[in-house]
Design a protein around this ligand. Structure first.
Ligand code: SAH
Length: 349
């Protein structure tokens, strides 16, 4: 089990132990935890009823890590907000607040950069800088809730990074965000998206069975998937679909497949037919995403007609399918483009 020693990543038990170790009373753990995870303080000094001497002792070996807002972009179309945050070491991550009828949803990053190498994705172009701590994932949510005054009810782990490549920190973040001592956001309101790290799908099914899992599929067969996503060289489609079926059987939850439509690559009739066969009998939902072109690659978005035709072919086979609504279209394009653009303009991270 990985360990994090910064105050906001520690669970109640670890925080209690850390306080006892520096000669402080156990009850301070509950106070500090409440300040951090419910009152969402932005600095240790805001913890009004905790003596400075106690905090000083604790902070010596346990830093107060989190995120700091460096940029905010607000969509004039739908109010979607994209945030660029800096981390204590100068790394940059991006997060998005989306407002829906059913509540406010925050999309968080799980890593600074990514090493999965998906061909169409901007987040991976500069490789992986490092994993995020649980506190840095949590604080993207806290900072947004605090800055906007909007209560966050849903979380999607779909920003930069591969969450299953930072698995223990992800599980810790989920444990803390869903606890009554924290923001108490239920597992059913949390979605985790993976490019398909098969062994972790099994482990996740066993450990977090009420969470919605989304698998980035993007192709209906091995050959095509390998051209788009290097991870497909590691795990075959057969292995991936077996893991997806295990997830559904184990959790009784509907699984989501994300399928980004690239013109002339994976949006043909025969691709839709093959996709239909692949998911037959599986309790799933397919999310079609017209690919968001990035300037470093020459992938082109499918024509609207093709997207509609693709969708209808799946619907005719009684597969649940939606075309993802593009939120905040005017404020930035694909995943990871904001962060990359910031770096190109000379920002750190
Ligand atoms: N690493 C995880 C989560 C982050 S990516 C994963 O792969 O699922 C979130 C989703 O956006 C994934 O489905 C990813 O494939 C998709 N995506 C990334 N870049 C995109 C682009 N340029 N256009 C459309 N979808 C993209």
């Amino acid at each position: 089990m990985a360990e994090w020693i910064d105050i906001r990543s520690m669970n109640m038990e670890e925080l209690t132990d850390a306080l006892v170790e520096v000669g402080e009373k156990k009850f301070r753990a509950k106070q500090i935890y409440g300040w951090v995870h419910q009152k969402l303080v932005r600095s240790p000094e805001e913890m009004k009823n905790v003596p400075k001497s106690c905090l000083d002792k604790l902070l010596k070996d346990h830093p107060f890590y989190g995120v700091n807002e460096v940029e905010r972009h607000v969509s004039k179309i739908d109010g979607t907000m994209k945030f660029l945050f800096s981390l204590h070491d100068g790394n940059i991550v991006e997060s998005v607040l989306m407002k829906y009828k059913h509540g406010n949803s925050v999309c968080i990053s799980s890593q600074a950069g990514c090493r999965m190498g998906c061909r169409f994705c901007a987040s991976t172009l500069l490789g992986l800088s490092r994993n995020l701590y649980p506190s840095e994932m949590l604080d993207q949510i806290y900072a947004i809730q605090k800055a906007t005054g909007e209560r966050v009810s849903h979380i999607v782990v779909m920003g930069t990074g591969e969450p299953f490549d930072n698995f223990e920190a992800l599980c810790r973040m989920i444990e803390m965000i869903s606890a009554p001592e924290g923001l108490n956001i239920g597992h059913r309101n949390i979605t985790v998206s993976t490019c398909g790290i098969v062994p972790k799908i099994y482990e996740f099914a066993d450990r977090n069975p009420q969470i919605t899992l989304a698998i980035s599929l993007h192709a209906p067969n091995d050959e095509m998937r390998r051209n788009l996503m290097p991870i497909a060289n590691r795990y075959s489609m057969e292995e991936l679909m077996k893991a997806a079926r295990y997830y559904v059987d184990q959790t009784r939850r509907r699984i989501t497949f994300e399928y980004s439509l690239v013109k002339g690559v994976n949006d043909r009739k025969e691709d839709a037919a093959q996709l239909t066969e692949l998911v037959r009998g599986l309790n799933c939902h397919i999310n079609l995403i017209p690919v968001n072109p990035i300037k470093e690659r020459d992938f082109v978005q499918s024509d609207q007609n093709n997207v509609t035709a693709f969708k209808h072919m799946l619907e005719r086979q009684h597969i649940q399918v939606t075309v993802r609504r593009e939120m905040g279209r005017d404020i930035s394009a694909a995943c990871g483009q904001l962060r990359k653009g910031y770096k190109e303009r000379g920002g750190n991270g």
